[in-house]
Design a protein. Sequence first.
Length: 260
Amino acid sequence: MVAVAGCGGQEAGTTESGVELVDAGAITTCTHLPYEPFQFQEGDEVVGFDVDVVDEVADDLGVEQKIVNTPFETIQSGEALNAGQCDLAAAGMTITDVREQNLDFSDPYFDATQALLVPADSGIDSAEGLDGLRLAVQSGTTGADYAAENIPGAELVTYEDLGLLLTAVQTGQVDAGINDNGVLLDFVAKNPELAVTTEFDTGEQYGIGVRTGNTALLDQVNATLERIQDDGTYDEIYAKWFGEASTGAPSASAEPSASS
């Protein structure tokens, strides 16, 4: 587990394997909170599935992980990486053609799709059922893109982060919300007054992002992802956060989603 860090006053360093880091002795991760169970605040620390995966990268490099919470737009645009704010980005981020113009992605490490969150007694179970209703989307996400392109009958209401979106559905500010299935299924497990009534087959995959051209770090991230898949560590991390054994991470040959 790692604490959220601030920026500034860092001294760059290089690991024994030749990976350059923005802060000596640590690998700095940009993420956007909250996105439970991938990354979220627990007391003074940030924990989650993505945190544990990047901890494995840090271990292989012989350093600690430090996390910076930053707006999602600065992550997917590559701005945070290009500015030296962090070494990599792990934010439950779907690999898309547009984002690949801004940063380099690791091999896929998680399969995802879009899902619909509604009050359990709403009777809403399809895109068509949203006609004339208010649908919460998260700014800058593939869910927002999917809704704009495929649910034209709904009034889209945009929220800056997942926490605000979930609260809006829970308190009736909106009729429904769309986001990745993993985070929504985790939320309804703890809030039975809400339900995920349908999933939209978007075929998305998450990747860890690095600055364009940072081949040394990208190679290490991919090597770590391969190791944890082979030695069972990935399955242990998956079971820890999702309560069941995984069927394994996606293969490197899988095609990325083009939903954004």
